[in-house]
Design a protein around this ligand. Structure first.
Ligand code: CO8
Length: 280
């Protein structure tokens, strides 16, 4: 398997790199961010905004970028002024996958020994909602990263795929598990077994994304959504996210029990219901 996979990656690299080699190496390190841009946005600066920023490598996801992303997410999660997070890329690529150049020399003992890509799961501990705003390519690990977010909005020219099979491997950051839950078994099988791309419209009708907007309106739409969420109670935001995520992990009876308890717990706070405030 290892030999086949590595041969596959080398073969495909040639077409990706067009003979020049994948030149852009990850430049991240400790200190300031080098692979992402981070700011607060919105009228009350309640939205944490993260842009993947490796344009020369189509935002491919190197280890340093993932480390920086985890730090930025953790900081926004801990920031009491922030209530929702938007993650986006460029007009050409949300992320064109894991960094093939970085992955290519890895051996089985390296990836097993270092539990390679385990730190991708860190963002699953973020309690505030993360909205992926996808323009351009969301391929392989890029599609998986979008699926690890809570809501996906797409620009009308976005393209989603799990092309790992063309490299002789399979999705390794949740693609074979989250994609079937989002689009159903048949479409997930077709995508993972062929590597074919689907359009934003197809992704919307399959249930992978919740809204498609013109590409140049995408960031504004994602920001508007994040601001609307930010007007809600943070405790209710946490409870809704936690409860919906339980639908993916727990049997129905356990999920319903968690939902009921979180619902009951909301009566312990000064909710709009108790204050008899109009919700409109
Ligand atoms: N990794 C590293 N560099 C990349 C990647 C990538 N995934 N994708 C593109 N690049 C680089 C290219 O090498 C090129 O760099 P250079 O100019 O130095 O040669 C630059 O980005 C621009 O790319 P292209 O010239 O190829 O741009 P095109 O517009 O012609 O094509 C494509 C765009 C179709 C997106 C094409 O670049 C492509 O097919 N890329 C590879 C897509 C892919 O196979 N992605 C899946 C990668 S495997 C994966 O994600 C496994 C996930 C499992 C988890 C692992 C986590 C680490």
């Amino acid at each position: 398997m290892l030999g086949i996979a590595r041969t596959g990656i080398r073969f495909t690299l040639a077409s990706v790199a067009r003979g020049n080699g994948l030149r852009q190496l990850c430049s991240g390190g400790s200190g300031s961010y080098k692979n992402i841009l981070v700011e607060k946005k919105g009228d009350k600066s309640q939205v944490g905004f993260v842009r993947l920023n490796r344009p020369k490598a189509l935002n491919s996801l190197c280890d340093d970028l993932l480390r920086e992303l985890n730090v930025a997410f953790r900081e926004f999660d801990a920031d009491p002024s922030v209530k929702a997070i938007v993650l986006t890329g460029s007009s050409k690529a949300f992320a064109a996958g894991a960094d093939i150049k970085e992955m290519q020399p890895k051996t089985y003992s390296t990836v097993f020994g270092t539990n390679f890509i385990n730190d991708w799961t860190e963002m699953l501990r973020i309690r505030k909602p993360i909205i992926a705003a996808v323009n351009g390519y969301a391929l392989g690990g890029g599609c998986e990263l979008a699926m690890m977010c809570d809501i996906i909005y797409a620009g009308d020219s976005a393209k989603f795929a799990q092309p790992e099979i063309r490299l002789g491997t399979i999705p390794g950051a949740g693609g074979t598990q989250r994609l079937p839950r989002a689009v159903g078994k048949s479409k997930a099988m077709e995508m993972c077994l062929t590597g074919d791309m689907i359009t934003a419209k197809e992704a919307e009708s399959a249930g992978l994304v919740s809204k498609v907007v013109p590409a140049d309106k995408l960031e504004a739409a994602a920001l508007d959504l994040a601001e609307r969420i930010s007007r809600m109670s943070l405790m209710a935001i946490y409870a809704a996210k936690e409860s919906i995520n339980a639908a993916y992990e727990a049997p129905l009876s356990q999920g319903l029990l968690l939902e009921r308890r979180l619902f009951h717990a909301s009566f312990g706070r000064a909710t709009a219901l108790r204050r008899n405030v109009s919700l409109h």
